[in-house]
Design a protein around this ligand. Sequence first.
Ligand SMILES: C[S@@+](CC[C@H](N)C(=O)[O-])C[C@H]1O[C@@H](n2cnc3c(N)ncnc32)[C@H](O)[C@@H]1O
Length: 344
Amino acid sequence: MSTDTNADADADAESTSNCGASSDTSEASTDRSSSCGASSSSDDSSSSKCGASSSSASSSSSCGTSSSDDESSNEKEVGATVDDFDAEPGKLSAVGLGPGHPEGMTDRAKSALLEAEHIVGYTTYIDLIPDEITAEADELYDTPMCGEVSRTEEAIDRALAGNDVAIVGSGDPNVYALGGLALEILESKGATASMVDFEAVPGVPAAQSCAARLGAPLVNDTVSISLSDHLVPMPEIESRLHAAAKESFTITIYNPWSRKRRENFEKACEILLAHRDEDTPVGIVHGAGREDEQVLITELGELEELGEDEIIDMTTTIVVGNEDTYVWDDRMVTPRGYETKYDY
Ligand SMILES: C[S@@+](CC[C@H](N)C(=O)[O-])C[C@H]1O[C@@H](n2cnc3c(N)ncnc32)[C@H](O)[C@@H]1O
């Protein structure tokens, strides 16, 4: 199985960089297992079910997703509603894969995937799933980056059509991921979470996988900030960063850099330096748990320059220490505060 490490991140992180104009945003082209509905290469005699009325089935493939998979449409329309499906709904699980190696997946995540008839996700994440698990699925529906709304809707429509479906993402489904979107879309379709027995199956988030590589930098109060301005405007991100940096939080930065997000990264470094000393320890982890993992502990004053280095890209998480964080024996350490109460 290959891992496209250059392109790794949930689609919400990528739209400012590679989505939209890029020709690979067409989801139809990647439905390798082709399933319910319009792309009726229905040599598919498997258990796949599609209950949507034909008028609501989209051109892209399947169980009634909205008709446009083009990110430039902003995917504002939801296609089929719950009334378009006749079947008894299946189960929908949002499964977090953890950092990306099989040992980093929880047993619950593995069993949720084994229980699923259909597994839906961004191609990179589907590729991270061990072969022995994907081999058990009736269908895999993978799409390139972007199209996160239509991909999530695809998963929901497949569940409403009677299939047990897992939608997968890296880390945890509650961390800059599709868990919330799945519930929002279910609601907008007039369905309920109970109807599809919705379950969020936790995974180890990147912040924790990366912290583990750095030592123990996150043992006190921590704030996470994503520098992706696809869904949150940059002025709002700047104001959140100011608020976090001027308080005594360790800060984890997700989605730190892409070609089109270079200026966001530079601005973030500027804001951090306005509130923290240049020698504040900073940990950088690229591809935690992946074949191309890289780890670097540096200082805040050096961070901006590293933006052009390959260690910082869309598969990198950055940990900025608080004023008590120090480096000892190549490990970042953030005291929890025991030293104020105990002698050791
Ligand atoms: C859209 S967020 C998804 C986060 C994910 N749901 C989680 O719980 O970690 C994508 C971002 O997570 C971080 N990330 C994901 N996998 C990573 C890994 N293996 N190593 C370092 N950072 C990672 C990067 O900051 C990336 O830009």
